[in-house]
Design a protein around this ligand. Structure first.
Ligand code: PLP
Length: 405
């Protein structure tokens, strides 16, 4: 354990962790799996998986080749490969190397930042709806959670967020936002930095930035502002299962999250990430593929009078006009697994942009489900006969069940 972590901090964390022990910090794949697990233990063959914001293209060919050649080295701890990744990214961005930390995905630094900068005295301020992982992390720090509805244009209502709590520790700005795929302007992020309470930071999550026109915030880090920017290779780079991401921030801010752990990076992930950064056409090509498929899906939804929120990323929200959970279950019966509902918008479901053929299957199933009468009595009920499927895939508090016909 890092010696910087004082006994007091440790016991404080341990007490908070015990209080929150019933619920681990859940992330995108776990939330998607929990929803699937309410319906089926394993995905049936041929299932369309558009429920976890994954990239169906996977790692680029250069990354695959590098990983294959490195496999025999899997018995080695190789920090040099991680250093090469740091060198490549910091050179690209003009960052000093100590402004970057490499993690196995961006989830870890997201959790650690929330744990480090929120507490019983310092709240977490988030947009609603937005990505849920920081909310779970804040349960461990004991922080009050302040949810601020998105603005009318679905950007973060930054002025309302900053005004929401003078004792905030973290303002989480997901740019572009998960689940809406909408962006928050550079002007608003600058406003937040200029007006936030003293001692607080912005956590700007740029997991989906490569799909969009959002202005990156890395130059604000270079200007030594109070923010940590998160990046991941899970989305446009198609490496969700390989695990690589970054925390980018001033060294004194990164030092505060480092006490929660700095694990050895998987060598295949860092080599694949480095190789991906060296393909200049990768991001624009993949962005175009995603944009074309997404826009064609939007054109189809509009032509069929389905209401959706225009998004700039690989996910978007559609209004089902009925309890969204029923539509999720009905789509799953057609072997199309769509994303979840956020409590603040119970009739909306999140759809991930898949391949063209996946989106064709989505459209067909969607039309069938939405033209079937909205069933007044169709409700999800726990079903003890499904218990033999086991509880391995379910978070505490969730039970297996069925939707009544
Ligand atoms: N941030 C956002 C907004 C996400 O949607 C996700 C995953 O979907 C993450 C962070 C974490 O991703 P990873 O840990 O794979 O980098």
């Amino acid at each position: 354990m890092n010696t910087n972590l004082s006994r007091r901090t440790f016991f404080g964390m341990a007490a908070a962790a015990t209080a929150a022990a019933a619920m681990p910090i859940l992330t995108e794949p776990q939330l998607a799996r929990a929803q699937r697990a309410r319906i089926a233990r394993d995905l049936p063959p041929g299932a369309v998986r558009i429920d976890a914001n994954e990239n169906p293209l996977g790692p680029c060919s250069g990354a695959c080749a590098v990983m294959s050649s490195l496999l025999p080295e899997g018995g080695r701890y190789d920090d040099q490969l991680t250093q090469k990744l740091v060198d490549a990214f910091t050179a690209m961005e003009g960052l000093k190397p100590d402004y970057l930390r490499v993690y196995a995905g961006s989830s870890e630094p997201l959790h650690y930042t929330t744990l480090a900068f929120t507490s019983k005295e310092r709240s977490l301020v988030v947009a609603d709806p937005s990505y849920e992982a920081p909310l779970y992390a804040a349960k461990f720090s004991g922080a009050n959670i302040v949810k601020v509805p998105l603005a009318k244009d679905y950007s973060h209502d930054v002025r309302a967020m900053i005004a929401a709590d003078p004792n905030a520790g973290v303002f989480y700005i997901c740019n572009p936002n998960n689940p809406t795929g909408t962006i928050t302007s550079r002007e608003d992020i600058e406003y937040a930095l200029a007006n936030k309470p003293k001692g607080s930071i912005l956590l700007v999550d740029e997991a989906y930035i490569h799909f969009s026109d959002a202005t990156p915030s890395i130059d604000l880090v270079k200007a030594d502002k109070d923010l940590i920017v998160l990046r991941t290779f899970s989305k446009i780079y198609g490496m969700a299962g390989l695990r690589c991401g970054f925390a980018i921030g001033r060294p004194d801010l990164l030092a505060k999250i480092q006490v929660y752990g700095m694990n050895m990076m998987p060598i295949l992930a860092v080599a694949a990430a480095t190789s991906s950064l060296q393909v200049p056409e990768l991001v624009p090509e993949r962005r175009k593929i995603n944009t074309d498929i997404r826009n064609d899906t939007f054109a189809w939804l509009a032509a069929n009078h389905y209401k959706f929120i225009p998004s700039q990323t690989n996910c978007f929200m559609v209004d089902t006009g009925r309890p969204g959970k029923e539509v999720i279950a009905a789509m799953a019966e057609k072997n199309v697994y769509i994303g979840r509902v956020w409590p603040v918008w119970p009739t909306y479901v999140r759809i991930t942009v898949g391949t063209r053929s996946e989106m064709d299957k989505f459209q067909q199933a969607w039309k069938e489900v939405m033209t079937a009468p909205a069933s007044a009595g169709r409700r999800w009920k726990p079903d003890p006969t499904l218990a033999d499927l086991g509880s391995r895939d379910l978070p505490p508090g969730m039970a297996r069940g069925r939707f009544s016909a």
